[in-house]
Write a protein that binds this ligand. Sequence first.
Ligand SMILES: Cc1cc2nc3c(=O)[nH]c(=O)nc-3n(C[C@H](O)[C@H](O)[C@H](O)COP(=O)(O)OP(=O)(O)OC[C@H]3O[C@@H](n4cnc5c(N)ncnc54)[C@H](O)[C@@H]3O)c2cc1C
Length: 549
Amino acid sequence: MAEIEREAMEYDVVIVGAGPAGLSAAIRLKQLDADLNVVVLEKGSEVGAHILSGAVLDPCGLDALIPDWKEKGAPLNVPVKEDNFYMLGEAGKIRVPNWPMPPLMNNHGNYIVSMGNVCRWMAEQAEEMGVEIFPGMACSELVYGDGGEVKGVVAGEFGKNPDGTPGPSYEPGMELHGKYVFLSEGVRGSLSKEVIAKYDLSKGHCPQKFGLGMKEIWEIDPAKHREGTVTHTMGWPLGSNAGGGSFIYHLENNQVYVGFVVHLNYENPYLFPYMEFQRFKHHPIVADLLEGGKRVAYGARAISEGGWQSMPKMVAPGVALLGCSVGMVNVPRIKGNHNAMLSGKAAAEAAHAAIKADRSGDELAEYETEVRQGAIGQDLKKVRNVKPMWSKWGLMPSLALGGLDMWTNTLGFSLFGTLRHGKSDAAATGEAAKFKPIDYPKPDGKISFDRLTNVSFSFTNHEEEQPCHLQLKDASVPIGVNLPKYAEPAQRYCPAGVYEVVEEEGKDPRFVINFQNCVHCKTCDIKDPSQNINWTTPQGGDGPNYPNM
Ligand SMILES: Cc1cc2nc3c(=O)[nH]c(=O)nc-3n(C[C@H](O)[C@H](O)[C@H](O)COP(=O)(O)OP(=O)(O)OC[C@H]3O[C@@H](n4cnc5c(N)ncnc54)[C@H](O)[C@@H]3O)c2cc1C
């Protein structure tokens, strides 16, 4: 294809991704200097369309950014009133009392929110201040300057044929240049991945670790609804097959978020995270709650779990990585939105000071210092051993020792130092010959659902006439390597049924990619044992359309 000519627009700061990190950065830049030119580009059809964190929000990030958020009508309407934690067996449960938990685990003062709605509200605040926000604009490429610095992104390329050539309605998109580019793409961002590799930013840090989070929104019988109640569970059905657990949050309007996280470092390639989630809903504690209710939405997204040890260097010439682009989730609290917001604020402050000093295209080292030494670092450092303990020693020992370690860290020391994470989640996958297939019960269509039916409740849409955005580095690997060695786990780890191995009598097996189903969770890019799948952005506006997740 001939060299593509694109128009370029110049900004002070170009921000990729309208999640809590990117929007906080935009708002803070305008608070500091109303004359700065700031643009936010979002691949979802609208702000919030790709945000999947039906969340308990620690408001400390918002307090720091917009102290009068209440008066300004932020959609934080449901304070947490009750906090429960259960260990589950197949039919029973044991309540773990709140008193032995370290104070950081307490949810009082937090709010049950739709982060999609919080982001929509933040976008309104940003636009009122003059930030330009363009939804439906996927940033597909980085633009580098003559000195090797990141100087911008390509956004809004549309209309390619499936083979990658320009189609009849081809639009080349634009280059958006900035003195600084902020990548706030969330977990496993495609441009962030390129930057981390190009500048070797992970050197000296542990590999990033991930979970797969799946979530449904239910409307339940009002008699069973207890607004403000937060419940977490561990144990059944995962047992020793994988780490993970569930969350059940009662928000307003008789709605409940029911979610399930499976740590992606599981070994057994027959494990089927989506079916574990469906099975979990048949535990009496959940089934009783959901019976007579209606599932109104479904979605999935990877969650970063490496924490303190896994955050790579977060700046390179011209570019800063914000929020979960580097993984800022506090794993035992299952919270990352507050840190995403604080990171956006810190990056904005560093960029503002640099631009005032006539700098551009260099490293915002001040941003990284603030993340590691400020509130985000303090939040993540206290819990840094919980995940490696869980991976090394299993659930029960890690609950006891992790609890002890969080207590001593609250007092300022750790008996364990800083434990390191082991291999990447892809490398943790074991060979199929060493495991037995797992027999999952069939969904009943009332409480549990088959994958494709549920995917239709993510309202995902991808224009079919475009190149497949899930690129195989080597097309022979799924059938030639992954199938004999790992029983091709893509068929199971994808929560949207994108990948299929089709076996027909008398024919060789075929690997089929139904990219139209993709909910942008990025699990394939993370978990493929051969690291052969590269998640790239499809056309802007494509993907899930989450209502109020
Ligand atoms: C199931 C689940 C439950 C969770 N529960 C909680 C909770 O209760 N409390 C909590 O605090 N945290 C929770 N988290 C973690 C929280 O979601 C993250 O920490 C947070 O979303 C990180 O914010 P972010 O702005 O970095 O990224 P994101 O929120 O992921 O936002 C990134 C945005 O960038 C856009 N984008 C990405 N790439 C591009 C591109 N190339 N071009 C254009 N746009 C792009 C995306 O569409 C998205 O809108 C949960 C996560 C999951 C998966």
